[in-house]
Design a protein around this ligand. Structure first.
Ligand SMILES: [Zn+2]
Length: 313
């Protein structure tokens, strides 16, 4: 009886355990597959220079000036603090696109060695070169306010020499808006921006309050700023990036509605002369070129071509 009872108990136990043992490898395989199939958390970081901590003058952003050599180090430091925060929040890959002037500002060996660096120009998507739909999030570092902003360091839009303002679908755009719409084209949300306080304000106004902003300085005027304490700024940048990526689910891509109506206002009438030669481009005032596209990237590229043609005369 006891033996029989034990035998029955063993059989009963086996009846429970065997199916589990048979199923368990399946579960393991499925969870392995799920892990493999989950998209890697890739983050795209576009880095401009005017909104970097310490920068208050064009000389600091121009390679001809001796002041530039230290400012490009600050640029790498601000970027590295952000990159650190992104990796702490689970980023698998971080691609940094140098987005200012020659786009060769960040010294490659000074960037966090875990990050990919896109360096040099020209690039078809300029400040957003490298973005595609494989990325989970975008971060803007060192960005500046749109042309015509008050209390904003080195405010301009794409070209200080050529552009008075740019409107897309009636919205006067800072670079952060133009570039956020490129990210939106690929369904990627912008999760964080760093720059002066006015740039942070413009970013939240356009992209929404869930955007994490980290102000690194407060402009007194276009060429003077109160720079916040360096240690605090670097800690804020790191923590801001970490929190932004952990809050990714709350972030929405910035998408503009098709058709896309571009209005490019130049500083003078000579700068609109080359643009009128292009079919589809209309001169609606001596200083204004307008055109409409169905595809946002087509419009972005045509806009950049018009600015390149305008020169700085
Ligand atoms: Zn710049």
């Amino acid at each position: 009886m006891r033996l029989r009872n034990s035998f029955c108990s063993i059989m009963a136990a086996l009846a429970l355990v065997v199916p589990i043992l048979l199923i368990a490898p399946d579960f393991q395989a499925q969870s392995r597959t799920a892990a493999v199939q989950r998209p890697p958390l890739k983050v795209f970081v576009s880095v401009d220079m005017e909104g970097i901590w310490g920068v208050v003058h064009g000389n600091q952003c121009s390679s001809e000036s001796p002041e530039y050599q230290i400012a490009r180090k600050w640029m790498a430091q601000d970027t590295n603090a952000v990159v650190q925060g992104l990796f702490e929040a689970g980023a698998i890959e971080v691609v940094v696109n140098d987005s200012h002037g020659s786009m060769r500002n960040i010294i490659a060996s000074e960037l966090d060695p875990r990050a990919v660096l896109i360096s040099g120009s020209p690039k078809p998507l300029s400040m957003m070169e490298g973005i595609d739909s494989s990325f989970a999030a975008v971060v803007f570092v060192g960005y500046h306010a749109r042309a015509g902003s008050a209390q904003a360091i080195l405010d301009h839009t794409i070209s200080g020499a050529a552009i008075y303002s740019i409107k897309i679908n009636g919205i006067e755009m800072p670079e952060l808006g133009i570039n956020a719409a490129i990210a939106g084209y690929f369904n990627v949300p912008v999760i964080m921006l760093t720059g002066d306080t006015e740039t942070c304000r413009q970013a939240q106004e356009l992209l929404g309050k869930s955007l994490v902003t980290v102000p690194v300085k407060e402009a007194v005027n276009r060429l003077a700023a109160k720079n916040y304490p360096r240690d605090r700024v670097l800690a804020d940048l790191r923590e801001g990036a970490r929190k932004a990526l952990l809050s990714l689910k709350e972030m929405k891509p910035y998408k503009l509605e098709s058709p896309f109506e571009f209005e490019v206002n130049f500083h003078n009438s000579q700068q609109t002369e080359p643009g009128v030669l292009i079919p589809g481009v209309r001169r609606t005032s001596p200083r204004t070129l307008t055109f409409t596209t169905q595809d946002y990237l087509d419009g972005f590229k045509l806009m950049r071509a018009l600015i390149a043609l305008a020169g700085v005369s």
